[in-house]
Design a protein around this ligand. Sequence first.
Ligand code: GLY
Length: 370
Amino acid sequence: MQNTVHVELGERSYDVEIGPGLIPTAGARIAPLLKRKKVAVLTDETVAGLHLEALRDGLGSAGINMEALALPPGESTKSWPHFERSVEWLLDQKVERNDVVVAFGGGVIGDLAGFAAAVLRRGVRFVQIPTSLLAQVDSSVGGKTGINAPQGKNLIGAFHQPSLVLADTAVLGTLTARDFLAGYGEVVKYGLLGDSRFFEWLETQGPALASGDMNARVEAVTRSVQMKADIVARDETEQGDRALLNLGHTFCHALEAATGYSDRLMHGEGVAIGCALAFELSSRLGLCSQEDPSRVRAHLRAMGMKTDLADIDGDLPGAEGLLNLMGQDKKVVDGQLRFILARGIGSAFMTSDVPRDAVMSVLKDALSTR
Ligand code: GLY
């Protein structure tokens, strides 16, 4: 089973190919983009150990040569020092304006390589070959690239769309259960923000997906990417609708900051908990029924995912502290916190009109269960 989702952005349009076995055939898929048969690949050491030779063979079968730089795995790679090293390496490889850079890895590599491609020689094309579920359903699509600053995550970057995305669902089989479920947090987010039938489908198919059912995985990635492609086509630079993709993220970013962007909480885990809290807040504001947050939490629980603040190990700040961390989110506009709330499962909307007391009471109650 293989699907293609088209991201319609005029001259910057591209396809996202989804299915098992795309890496072994990557050469034939990338060849139409190349002016000469050579690519520079940015990856991380973990992905390189598992899959780089398969990519080399896949490119080689179409006569494409590849040079690769493997960076250390982990969020700290999304920083100036590794960015500088990557850009200088690409220049050392004599990557020219018409060449193509390949981002081969999870969200960290995709964001860093995309940003390197955005600035190298004032912009070269790049191909995303995402290897984590999170990267396949979210970060490889839509052209957000960048690195972190000491002041916060993703504060330095550019919109730079890839020319092609190859989401090989076979590589998801090498993810740890925790990594897979963290990516699944983003999949659930799509159902919750815009498609109640997709959420219903996940409620029944989620366990099969997690245990490796390839058709279910392809279907889940395809539906997620299709939703993202539709939103990005409407609002590439997040002037409006694209913000819906941040469902759960205001809470998530505060929790990530509170846990020091460490192994205590992966981004996708924070998104899942954040979605549960966003539905709780929506219900308390009378926007959706009381059953909705319970249903969201029940599904996350059934999947064995982090669902509540009690699932985060170690200390957390109090409600006031978390609220302050939310205020430092880059999505704050004119000092106003923006929330994505929901009128029901599949019906998210953005608002700046959320009483501080309501947020405080949701946080206090959530913290009291710890
Ligand atoms: N990950 C959210 C976005 O791409 O807009």
